[in-house]
Design a protein around this ligand. Structure first.
Ligand code: SF4
Length: 434
């Protein structure tokens, strides 16, 4: 945030949105900053925001405005440490095991206070509430997932440098009481401070001590009791997450949440302002308006009175956002491409938008997940296994079409120019083959 990344289209400024929740007034501040100093806003796969196209001369002013609006912390290090990915529908999802919001706030406070701990800028915490909309399976340094415990209250499954769904054997599952989670995090940060040699990532600490020893030492430092339970004593859903798109029921009677996805996760300042205004106008029961960001690069407006939900959804559609689970736009991801990234061999943003338009027109029989990457780094989303990936290069303007083994039986069709690659994807998407 405090240091922009140089890109082809100007500075790229990342804005931490810990837990993915923004008050309506904060979203409006981001919109005003993007309008004054940038060209577009993107939602990232960690449910943060980034403003593109910020000239060098404007960066200081943008930071000043976002700090003044309380979106960003003045202390750059503390701001960067607030790296928390959480269930985007916490406190709303009728099926969640735990409402993670107060835990998210505690974890943010602990991370902000960890001044002097040698953490990598990528060090992050994941907190999942165990609902139908979830973030289990995604990677962060520390992953905490709400679980039901047989004959006991709910607890948090703790994973170090490992996603919550990964389970390679029948080893016991380490859980901690909800009110001990922040203390355990404090103990882990103590260990990170003692072992600067691990490079600020939990994977380094685990490589040094092993998972069990690292957890035991962290718990001992803060007097936290860890429970090691047999897998059969711990219950949670391993179903894929529901994408929060459309009108979804809320725990709170009479209210609904409304979700939609901007094409390729990119929004103009005007769209952002319209979303903030809509959240303000529709927020029920006197709550402060807020907007949730999701790791699928979509937005959720919570607390909408049910009788207004359909009109909010229509308004989002008129703004150009995808509002239907069947919309191919939900399954296409593209990196910055040649208009943004100097390493790109292809214009993935243009080609991605064109591919979405073609898929919408063709009504394909197979809902493929598709990733357009301007080079072999594939950095737009490293956590998802896509059915089809179009990898740009090494010749400018061409893609290699890479298909996921077992998902798509068509032979890879590359290298192909953008038009050829798109035609190949349409063939695959319309095919009946397994
Ligand atoms: S995948 Fe390659 S081209 Fe795309 S943003 Fe990353 S480095 Fe740039």
């Amino acid at each position: 945030m405090h240091e922009p990344f140089a890109q082809v289209d100007g500075g790229l400024v990342r804005i931490r949105v810990p837990g993915g929740t923004l008050a309506g007034r904060h979203l409006r501040a981001v919109s005003e900053a993007a309008s004054a100093y940038g060209t577009a806003v993107e939602i990232t796969s960690r449910a943060n925001l980034q403003i593109r196209g910020v000239p060098n001369a404007a960066h200081r002013l943008l930071v000043r405005d976002l700090v003044a609006a309380d979106v960003t912390l003045a202390d750059a290090g503390a701001d960067a440490r607030r790296n928390v990915l959480a269930s985007p529908t916490a406190g709303l999802d009728p099926s969640e095991i735990s409402d993670t919001r107060s835990l998210v706030a505690d974890v943010i406070e602990t991370l902000v206070g960890a001044e002097g701990v040698p953490l990598s800028p990528k060090f992050g915490v994941l907190i999942d509430g165990g609902g139908a909309v979830h973030v289990r399976g995604r990677r962060q340094d520390i992953c905490l997932g709400a679980v039901r415990v047989r004959s006991g209250p709910s607890a948090y499954d703790v994973r170090l440098a490992q996603p919550l769904l990964e389970r390679s054997d029948n080893r016991p599952i380490c859980v901690v009481r909800p009110d001990n989670v922040a203390d355990l995090l404090g103990g882990i940060l103590d260990l990170m401070a003692e072992h600067a040699e691990v490079g600020g990532r939990l994977s380094g600490l685990v490589a040094l001590l092993g998972v069990d020893e690292a957890l035991d030492q962290a718990a001992a430092r803060r007097d936290v009791h860890l429970f090691r339970l047999a897998p059969a004593d711990v219950a949670f859903s391993a179903e894929p997450s529901l994408r929060p798109i459309g009108v979804l029921p809320q725990q709170q009677a009479g209210l609904a949440m409304v979700g939609a996805m901007p094409v390729l996760g990119r929004l103009s300042a005007v769209q952002l302002e319209d979303i903030a205004n809509m959240a303000n106008d529709t927020c029920g029961r006197g709550d402060e308006a807020e907007v949730r960001l999701t790791p699928w690069r979509s937005v959720v407006i919570p607390n909408v009175p049910i009788d207004r939900a359909a009109s909010v959804l229509r308004a989002l559609e008129q703004m150009g956002l995808a509002i239907d689970q069947s919309d191919p736009a939900l399954r296409v991801v593209a990196c910055a491409g040649s208009t943004g990234c100097p390493s790109s061999f292809t214009d993935t943003q243009h080609d991605g938008s064109a591919l979405i338009a073609a898929l919408r027109a063709a009504s394909p029989t197979r809902p493929l997940t598709i990733h357009l990457s301007g080079c072999s780094k594939r950095c737009a989303d490293s956590t998802t296994e896509f059915d089809v990936t179009l990898v740009g290069g090494p010749t400018p303007g061409v893609y290699e079409v890479v298909t996921r083994p077992g998902a798509v039986s068509h032979p890879a069709g590359g290298p192909l120019d953008a038009e050829g690659a798109m035609a190949h994807v349409l063939t695959i998407a319309g095919s009946d083959e397994p």
